[in-house]
Design a binder for this molecule. Structure first.
Ligand code: Q0N
Length: 287
């Protein structure tokens, strides 16, 4: 990255830079967060796994909706993207009841205006996936909103299009992943508009950072599920008595190695491609 590159955005673990011609460079680091804190220890190749997975899904969903991916760089962790006018909502789809959805349901019986059946348990599968938008918080947690509030932010017609597109994406990927032993409990998309006002999928898609991945063979409703990728990290952190405020703990090498192996396993199961082949030539995920 040249010293002069203009930094246009940053997430906890990714950076966005300006390129020429309304292109952006999205770079995924090897940083990992748990309990909302970025840890001081990196997971080698995590950024490459997430970049490769996201590119794989973009290639496999381009018939459902156009996306911002223009090129995958040879380093395997950077992608060139079209610059979009991003919509001011987080587009979440839930197929299972957990996280803030479970919390809202327990308090009110509904999630983002979807009144759900009585008696649902933590991690229950929903009868059909639901679209549960949220506002983009500058700091702290995104706030779930109902469709009326979301329509005020993007317009009713655009919201209908976003909802239908997000559900179609989730339905496709969750069926694909379930056949490969991974449940996608929920997922978050960010959409934008191109210069002609067409809806385009941006950000990352169906990565373990933007979705909850659960191992299908350990799934059991009525309790929280182990995370496919981060469970070793969470379990280790729970042994420490850490108060879950910044700074987080260093991870020992066996936790790093086990976690890296889980990311690589998710990549290989979902793409059917060996991760070594991806490192040798990232373009393999686009074919
Ligand atoms: C953009 N964010 C949100 C990446 C994601 N294609 C785009 N065009 C214009 N803006 C954005 C994108 C994309 N993607 C998306 N911010 C700007 C979150 N960021 C945080 C940093 O990493």
């Amino acid at each position: 990255m040249p010293e002069s590159a203009v930094h246009v955005g940053s997430g906890k673990v990714r950076e966005l830079y300006e390129l020429v011609d309304d292109r952006l460079l999205l770079v995924a680091s090897d940083r990992i967060s748990t309990f909302d804190v970025v840890l001081p220890t990196e997971i080698p190749d995590k950024g490459r796994v997430l970049t490769g997975l996201s590119a794989f899904w973009f290639a496999h969903t381009r018939e459902l909706v156009p996306n911002h991916l223009l090129a995958l760089r040879p380093d395997g962790r950077s992608t060139e993207c079209r610059r979009l006018e991003m919509l001011p909502i987080e587009c979440v789809v839930r197929g299972y009841l957990t996280g803030s959805g479970w919390k809202d349901y327990r308090a009110t019986g509904a999630v983002c205006g979807h009144v759900l059946a009585d008696g649902l348990r933590d991690s229950d599968q929903l009868r059909e996936p639901i679209f549960t938008p949220a506002t983009k918080a500058e700091e702290g947690h995104d706030e779930n909103i109902d469709r009326e509030r979301a329509a005020e932010l993007v317009g009713q017609e655009r919201l209908d299009e976003v909802e239908q597109t997000a559900i179609a994406l989730y339905t496709f990927a969750s069926e694909y992943a379930a056949e490969r032993g991974i449940l996608i409990a929920d997922t978050k998309f960010e959409f934008g508009l191109d210069s002609e006002g067409l809806l385009v999928l941006g950000d990352e898609a169906f990565t373990p950072d933007s979705s909850r991945f659960w191992p299908a063979d350990e799934y059991e409703a009525g309790r929280p599920q182990p995370s496919f990728d981060k469970q070793f990290v969470r379990d280790y952190c729970e042994t420490l008595g850490w108060d879950k405020t910044d700074p987080g703990p260093e991870l020992p090498e066996e936790v790093v190695a086990g976690t890296r192996a889980r990311y690589v396993e998710a990549f290989e199961r979902l793409t059917g491609i060996s991760f070594d082949d991806y490192l040798a030539d990232p373009q393999v995920v686009l074919r």
